[in-house]
Design a protein around this ligand. Structure first.
Ligand code: PMP
Length: 430
């Protein structure tokens, strides 16, 4: 397998685009490679510019729940293009998709469309602050909520801390109200509320963390979070940008049976076009402009193309619940296959899975917190990634990202992936 054309393009790209990419993880830096440039996608496969074909488990980092270039999703797009892709006026499809989302998630009585997950979480936090008249927020280490200033924070030393920023260019002022605690750590959660509960506008959490590998929240952790936020009058925000319409049609909130006050969405609800959304209880949502005092806006928000593809995706998922059982069955088979190889070759690795999301952590024992995740051997992961790629299987080029199943993955894909994994694990131990 050669990547000559990708390498050539990457060298050219670096002249005009910082790092050669428009989003950092596409640089494949953490596995010591040049970017792989995609040419086209078809079902579960990506074909790159060198003509290599891969079974794709990145799935555009989540949106491609029905696989690449799904006709279910692109159906009718030409008519939308001909009719006009943006008006700056309200359109009917916005009403239809908003209704669908509220029907899918009972906690979401009203929803506002934006253009990315970053915008969704940023706006949800502003709304939470507007609703509570409080400033502080709590997030968890290892959870990613987009790249707005106040959320690019990791915890400092100790478990309950005001954090430091993960990015330069973020002012101290922007993060001074962001508290950071350890994911899945109930003791610290209780301590945060004891010390700061009355000042907290919101707790924002990925109910299944998908940005430090896959780390599902313990049910008890979310339940206590719900109880404490109610008790102290802080809002609970579920960031379901990854999990929404993926772990089930009603998202992680349906899986866990917990009703957040606000929810953030993205990825799947745009069918692969740039989209985000946030929604929740009517009394909170009606604080948004133009009915309320919390300002939030967007020139291309709710644009007809993204709404059309998102609506196609969601209606299909609503009418085909078997998509979810099917993705889970395939992910379960992968999990079993991976675990078998880990045992056979006595590798220090753990597989985490929930529904159709999973990943292999190269570390011993359970992975439930960011601290556990941090112990992973990223050098072995880089080797594993390359061995998988050489066998035609594309997984995330970072230990700390999820593997996503789509409805388009076939039984043969799963068998091939299990075999590739066994071979990769064998070679790692050599
Ligand atoms: N929240 C979560 C949970 C995410 O995974 C992401 C992106 N991966 C975001 C927010 C930000 O979304 P976007 O990249 O669309 O801004």
């Amino acid at each position: 397998m050669n990547f000559n054309k990708s390498e050539e393009l990457f060298n050219e790209a670096k002249k005009y685009i910082p790092g050669g990419v428009n989003s950092p993880v596409r640089a494949f830096q953490s596995v010591g490679m040049s970017s792989v440039f995609a040419r086209r996608g078809n079902g579960s496969k990506i074909i790159d510019v060198d003509g290599n074909e891969f079974i794709d488990y990145i799935c555009s980092w989540g949106p491609l729940v029905l696989g690449h270039s799904s006709e279910v999703i692109t159906k009718g797009v030409e008519e939308v293009v001909k009719a006009g892709v943006t008006f700056g006026l309200a359109t009917e499809i916005e009403v239809k998709i908003a209704k669908l989302i509220t029907e899918a998630c009972p906690s979401v009585e009203m929803v506002r469309m934006v253009n990315s997950g970053t915008e969704a979480t940023m706006s949800a936090l502003r709304l939470a602050r507007g609703y509570t008249n409080r400033s502080k927020i709590l997030k968890f280490e290892g959870c990613y909520h987009g790249h707005s200033d106040g959320l690019l924070v990791k915890s400092g030393s100790g478990t309950l801390t005001y954090g430091s920023s993960t990015s330069s260019g973020v002012s101290e002022d922007a993060i001074k109200n962001t508290l950071v605690a350890q994911y899945n750590d109930i003791e610290t959660l209780n301590a945060v509320f004891k010390a700061h509960g009355n000042d907290l506008a919101a707790v924002i959490v990925e109910p299944v963390a998908g940005n430090m590998g896959v780390v599902p929240a313990k049910e008890e952790f979310l339940k206590i979070m719900r109880k404490l936020t109610e008790e102290y009058g802080a809002l609970l925000i579920f960031d379901e940008v990854i999990t929404g319409f993926r772990v089930s049609y009603g998202g992680a909130q349906e899986v866990y049976g917990i009703k957040p006050d606000l929810s953030c969405f993205g990825k799947i609800i745009g069918g692969g076009l740039p989209v985000g959304a946030f929604g929740g209880r009517r009394e909170i949502m009606e604080l948004l402009a133009p009915v309320g005092p919390v300002y939030q806006a967007g020139t291309l928000s709710g644009n007809p193309l993204a709404m059309h593809m998102g609506y196609n995706a969601l209606t299909y998922l609503k009418d085909h619940p078997e998509v979810y059982t099917n993705m889970e069955e395939k992910a379960n088979k992968l999990e079993e296959g991976f675990k078998k190889a880990i045992k056979e070759f006595k590798i220090d690795a753990t597989v985490n899975r929930i529904k159709g999301m999973l990943n292999v952590f190269f570390t011993k024992g359970k992975v439930e917190t960011f601290e556990d995740v941090s112990k992973c051997n990223t050098e072995i992961y880089a080797k594993y990634f390359k061995l998988m790629l050489d066998q035609g299987v594309l997984i995330a080029p970072s230990q700390f990202e999820a593997m996503f199943l789509s409805h388009a993955h076939t039984e043969e894909d799963i068998e091939r992936t299990i075999a590739a994994n066994r071979e990769a694990m064998r070679q790692i131990t050599e």
